[in-house]
Write a protein that binds this ligand. Sequence first.
Ligand SMILES: [Zn+2]
Ligand SMILES: [Zn+2]
Length: 239
Amino acid sequence: MNPLNGFEHLFNIFMPAGCPICGRSTPVPGICSDCKRNIIYIEPPYCSICGKPFVSGKGISHICIDCIKGKSRFVKSRAVFEYNGLIAELIQRFKFNDKVNLSSLFVNELLNLYKADFFDEGINAIIPVPLSDKRLKQRSYNQARLLAKGLSRELSIPCYTDVIKKVKEIPPQSTLKADARYNNVKHAYTVSGGDLLKAHKVLLVDDVITTGATVNACIAALHRAGIKQVYTMAIAMRV
Ligand SMILES: [Zn+2]
Ligand SMILES: [Zn+2]
């Protein structure tokens, strides 16, 4: 037997072939060209702080009006995809069951984004947006934690998974309007320091940024703990 066949067999066991969305086989691992047509990568021009694309789709990146008004607490925020039908469906799958296939795909996409937009920032800690203990029990894993740990492994930057805690049980954000979301999560998180407090620049990782209320509440908690420079990254952003 050709030893390579054995290797290939092993490789196929651990790295299931095929597009993670439709399952069709692909020449290289990742999303197939048909599915790629139905997802939107966020590309410039976008706000150089919050990463939201500009409607016109023309011109160069600059700072949006919300960020000029000081509404964003992060230094910089970016997401890989616009949050729409197909990506929304994938993220639901990622949250509730298909963690193995999708986490390697998503970590890879985040890694590309990190290399393009964060590499020179000098980030020295990575933190996932936490779930409450109750939610964690229901789901058995925290999808943001899988992403943060994957990025940490690839970048050799330490990941702190238990320092930021969701302390207040709150109604799911998806049931609330934008304004109510901010009040809903305002004091929902606390930070218990440890080595994290030595970090100067922290990257907060989540799966989806919708209104930004959740990441802003986490950032407020990090600020209260003395960590002033927080960056955020997500798979998708509602634009
Ligand atoms: Zn596909
Ligand atoms: Zn902005």
